[in-house]
Write a protein that binds this ligand. Structure first.
Ligand SMILES: Nc1nc2c(ncn2[C@@H]2O[C@H](COP(=O)(O)OP(=O)(O)OP(=O)(O)O)[C@@H](O)[C@H]2O)c(=O)[nH]1
Ligand SMILES: [Mg+2]
Length: 244
């Protein structure tokens, strides 16, 4: 008999669904979301020595380093981003890790190439950064942020030369082409393939904080690099429901 009084009573009970498998990207983003401020230093020798993997964000001023860190960590103001170039003037470290246990750090470095900076300061800063990139013992990966509308600039090439010996020794290297929302699809594809050639074997990804392009991919890559001894963060596949 059909129940005409209460149509809801005839609605079939939804089939029990299996919980979705937690993807590698979800694990990586959950890990990045634990980011918290660790310390800030005006110069290299003020940085604490650490024994966890460190991932440094470098690139021209205004390329989008701080915004990228905020996007990846899903926090609005962890790193200071600004329309005004030269916003980040210190080396800022952020701890990552669940339950307050730090298992990696992210480093936001001041950008280079900002025209308004006095020449002496520029030279001093380039030396600080080169020193950091060459001597920081726990440095595990470098993320070079690059505005694809300008491509790799001379200063980016100098940076590549500085880190090349360490990349040859196993330092991980990723070029993030930022602000991809400003490019058409074909412009994006073109700059991606050119940068792959220029990056000397490093990884290259298109990224947009506004359109949220490339976030999961970059997050997974960073998680993998910070946890080389762990298997990929995929939960055990869920068994399909038994046939009725
Ligand atoms: N359209 C667009 N704008 C972005 C994106 N990422 C960053 N921006 C903008 O670019 C400007 C610079 O961003 P920041 O993150 O402060 O750049 P930065 O590399 O940290 O700059 P410095 O600290 O000066 O080295 C800001 O106005 C951001 O809103 C993006 O993916 N798309
Ligand atoms: Mg910044």
């Amino acid at each position: 008999m059909t129940n005409t009084q209460n149509p809801k009573a005839t609605t079939p009970t939804p089939k029990p669904t299996t919980p979705p498998e937690k993807s590698a990207a979800a694990v990586a983003l959950g890990w990045l979301h634990t980011a918290r401020f660790l310390t800030t230093a005006p110069q290299l020798h003020f940085l604490p020595e650490l024994d966890v993997p460190e991932i440094a964000f470098v690139g021209r001023s205004n390329a989008g380093k701080s915004t990228c860190i905020n996007t990846l960590t899903q926090q609005k103001q962890l790193a200071f981003a600004s329309k005004k170039p030269g916003r980040t003037q210190h080396i800022n470290l952020f701890s990552l890790g669940k339950q307050g246990v730090t298992d990696a750090v992210l480093t936001d470095l001041p950008g280079y190439g900002y025209a308004a900076v006095p020449k002496q300061d520029k030279i001093r800063w380039q030396q600080v950064m080169a020193n950091y990139l060459v001597t920081r013992k726990n440095l595990k990966a470098i993320v070079l942020m690059c505005d694809p509308r300008h491509g790799m600039t001379e200063l980016d090439e100098i940076l590549l030369d500085v880190i090349r010996p360490r990349v040859a020794e196993g330092l991980k290297f990723l070029v993030i082409l930022t602000k991809a929302d400003k490019l058409t699809r074909s412009e994006g594809a073109k700059v991606l393939s050119i940068t792959k050639l220029q990056s000397g074997g490093g990884e290259v990804r298109l990224f947009s904080a506004t359109k949220r392009t490339g976030i999961e991919d970059v997050a997974t890559l960073l998680w993998d690099w910070a946890h080389p001894d762990l298997p990929a963060p995929v939960a055990t596949p869920v068994e399909p429901p038994a046939a009725q």
